[in-house]
Design a protein around this ligand. Structure first.
Ligand SMILES: [Zn+2]
Length: 381
């Protein structure tokens, strides 16, 4: 009997998911009509030129990805706990689900030195021309032994492409209300230095370009839920009243940056082994408080999945379902307040991470929190 009830429940669940998917598909059929209005609105939002900004074509969703995100050479991926092909694996799973097709993704433009200099010092960018420095930033010691032209091509170029992806996601969130960069989230990198596998300050750069190129955006909120403290963007925006930072992290692990903590407006420090119930309750109540204290024009969500139980670096105990619920909660909070949101995937160091990220994106889709159509909040921007 119990099995029958469970089966009925799961059948009902599948039916609901199917209904939601169909409903979303119906909404998609209005893409071109709605998005033409959005194009017209763009002038009001004051989006000006930037080589990293692109418009979506009618088949594309605001999901940014390029196969060139992935780092795979000389077994480098085996020298670091970081799964350097997780971005491709995530997209593979999204394609397998049948919800997304290749033509639905938008490819970014690689951030060039000219773009990077908007927030980085010349001295720091020049230092990356030394392989030993790149080895230190990425925490892969053997990289120090490679000629720098190889390091640039196979390691830094994909990271610059992901950085361009985060900048593009910021612009697409303004256009569509939401966007996801399948990569990015290098939250330990700041304008004058990198670290913790973060070579470029993509979060800082995306906010910098939004403030510079989009008239309607002058206040931003960073919600950083990676297991580690986001000390890079914190140091970049320290004492900046236009950027509100909420950071929920394990205080017992890297980077323990006391100076950067000054920049956090909503700080939640977790203990080793924090579980779903504690974690989700803290995230929910603190997002609520953050959004009542500050009214941003845009939210950048650093959705690290290294909070997952068993992660060797995060040291927390959040389950896959907990992460899915967390991401849903963040998108729901933004939607309730009509604030555009863009997500970057940041840390997550296990082989099963890609599946968690893909399942979470599919859940956002099934819940109607992301759709390929232009959402109603366009008019509210
Ligand atoms: Zn992390």
């Amino acid at each position: 009997m119990l099995f029958i009830i469970r089966d009925l429940r799961s059948a009902r669940h599948a039916k609901t998911a199917k209904y939601m998917a169909e409903k979303t598909f119906e909404q998609q059929t209005n893409i071109s009509k709605k998005c033409k209005i959005a194009e017209k609105d763009k002038a009001d939002k004051g989006v000006s030129g930037n080589e990293l900004y692109k418009d979506l074509n009618p088949t594309q969703w605001p999901i940014v990805y390029s196969p060139n995100y992935n780092i795979s050479f000389f077994y480098l991926q085996k020298l670091h706990p970081f799964d350097s092909e997780k971005w491709g694996r995530t997209v593979g799973l999204l394609l397998d689900s049948g919800v997304l097709k290749n033509e639905n993704f938008i490819a970014p433009v690689e951030a060039s030195e000219k773009h990077l200099l908007e927030v980085h010092t010349q001295e720091y960018l020049d230092s990356l021309k030394w392989s030993w420095k790149v080895a230190a930033v990425t925490e892969v010691p053997p990289v120090a032994l490679l000629p720098n032209f190889i390091v640039q091509r196979v390691l830094l170029k994909p990271l610059r492409l992901q950085t361009g992806g985060t900048v593009l996601a910021g612009k697409l969130a303004v256009d569509r209300g939401w966007a996801i960069n399948v990569g990015g989230g290098f939250h330990h990198c700041r304008g004058d230095d990198g670290g913790g596998f973060c070579a470029y300050a993509d979060i800082t750069l995306s906010i910098h370009f939004l403030f510079k190129n989009v008239q309607s955006i002058s206040k931003a909120m960073i919600i950083d839920l990676d297991a580690h403290q986001g000390n890079g963007h914190e140091r970049d925006f320290i004492d900046n009243p236009d950027v509100y930072i909420m950071d929920v992290y394990n205080s017992g692990i890297y980077p323990r940056d006391v100076y950067a903590k000054r920049a956090i407006k909503k700080k939640v420090e977790l203990r080793h082994g924090t579980d779903d119930a504690t974690y989700l309750a803290l995230v929910e109540s603190n997002i609520k408080e953050a959004l009542s204290e500050f009214h941003p024009d845009i939210i950048i969500y650093n959705a690290g999945t290294d909070v997952l139980e068993g992660d060797p670096l995060g040291n927390l105990a959040v389950t896959e379902q907990g992460i899915i619920q967390r991401d849903e909660l963040v998108f729901k909070s933004a939607r309730e307040k009509n604030i555009p949101i863009f997500m970057v995937t940041s840390g997550g160091y296990q082989k099963r991470t890609a599946k968690v990220v893909a399942d979470s994106i599919l859940n956002l889709y099934n819940k109607g929190l992301i759709t390929s159509s232009c959402p109603e909040l366009q008019s509210g921007l």
